[in-house]
Design a protein around this ligand. Structure first.
Ligand SMILES: NC(=O)c1ccc[n+]([C@@H]2O[C@H](COP(=O)([O-])OP(=O)(O)OC[C@H]3O[C@@H](n4cnc5c(N)ncnc54)[C@H](O)[C@@H]3O)[C@@H](O)[C@H]2O)c1
Length: 298
């Protein structure tokens, strides 16, 4: 029988801070394939996440098919807007949520992984993080700083991670990120340069697939997911209405479950997808294929 068995492989999922988002669902699906899973968490969310785990608040979500609880091999701090610790301004480094976690930069993460597991310990890298401080502002009202911050946190962070973690990956490994249809179509309400960041992420996926494919023998893909009411998405303000709209207007008229993105990511990062690279895979109940809302002039 064809099945996904990633026993003996190690994944790093960046962008997990609760049980509601795509990162958690991907981490869980990967663990179900037998992979060992490390996660990287944004320092401002790290203590809250550790508390949720310690107090058993997310045990239901952590429950694995065999009854055990999903565990992470490591939980690393990561602020993906900083390539090196020195890039972080003093007020960040001295902030109470950052000062005790050690080197939270992308280079710091790479160094910790090597210290913990050796030179080439990674098979799978998941980038499931984004931030756009002005996401509620239409693009036309977005400041330069807000736009660049969105692109830095949500798109360049992938380049930085592949640059620094790609050399730690074994040939045959796979990188996957999360994008959104707003990178190629107009989605009113998805502002602040976030649409720009997703367009950059999708383009970078193609170029990184070529460059990292040649350099390290790894694949790079992105998943264009349908809307999900995660913590990050609630910052958009209208996420519940976006979920409902897509549910009504998709070829498969049902809400997307984070797990469906998790299992698609497990496939993409498995040898079953060994010829798939540089692609945007839609996991959105088919919404991207529609050109007119259901109930339009028919
Ligand atoms: N929720 C949706 O509707 C939707 C749809 C398509 C794509 N996506 C994408 O999925 C990915 C995951 O988002 P999600 O919706 O599951 O929400 P989420 O809240 O679970 O994940 C976003 C994570 O990014 C982290 N983060 C923010 N800034 C960071 C930084 N500078 N460094 C490190 N981590 C940082 C947050 O702490 C959070 O854990 C994002 O790329 C998002 O754009 C989401």
């Amino acid at each position: 029988m064809l099945s996904i068995d990633l026993t003996g492989r190690r994944a790093l999922v960046a962008g997990v801070a609760d049980e509601a988002g795509f990162g958690f669902a991907i981490a869980k699906a990967l663990a179900e394939t037998g992979a060992s899973v490390c996660v990287a968490t944004w320092p401002p969310a790290l203590n809250i996440f550790l508390n949720l785990m310690e107090r058993g608040k997310i045990d239901d979500a952590r429950r694995m098919p065999d009854g055990s609880l999903l565990t992470f091999e490591r939980i690393y701090p990561l602020d993906a807007v900083f390539d090196a610790l020195d890039d972080a301004p003093a007020e960040i480094r001295e902030n109470k949520r950052y000062r005790d976690v050690g080197d939270f930069s992308v280079s710091g993460l790479a160094a910790r992984i090597v210290a913990d597991f050796g030179e080439r310990p990674l098979d799978i890298l998941i980038h499931s993080l984004a931030n756009g401080p002005e996401v509620r502002k239409p693009l036309i009202e977005t400041s330069r700083a807000g736009y660049l911050a969105a692109v830095s946190a949500s798109a360049y962070s992938l380049v930085s991670m592949v640059q620094r973690l790609g050399p730690l990956m074994k040939p045959g490994g796979a990188v996957a990120s999360l994008t959104y249809l707003a990178g190629e179509r107009v989605i009113p309400g998805y502002g602040g340069g976030m649409s720009t960041a997703k367009a950059a992420l999708e383009s970078d996926t193609r170029v990184l697939a070529y460059e990292a494919g040649r350099a390290y023998g790894i694949r790079v893909n992105t998943i264009s997911a349908g809307p999900l009411a995660s913590r990050a998405a609630s910052a958009i303000g209208i996420i519940e209405r976006m979920v409902e709209y897509c549910q009504i207007n998709s070829p498969l008229p049902e809400a997307l479950a984070a797990r469906e993105v998790g299992t698609a990511a497990a496939f993409l990062c498995s040898p079953l997808a060994s010829a798939v690279t540089g692609t945007t895979l839609y996991v959105d109940k088919g919404y991207h294929a529609m050109g007119m809302a259901v109930g339009g002039p028919q």
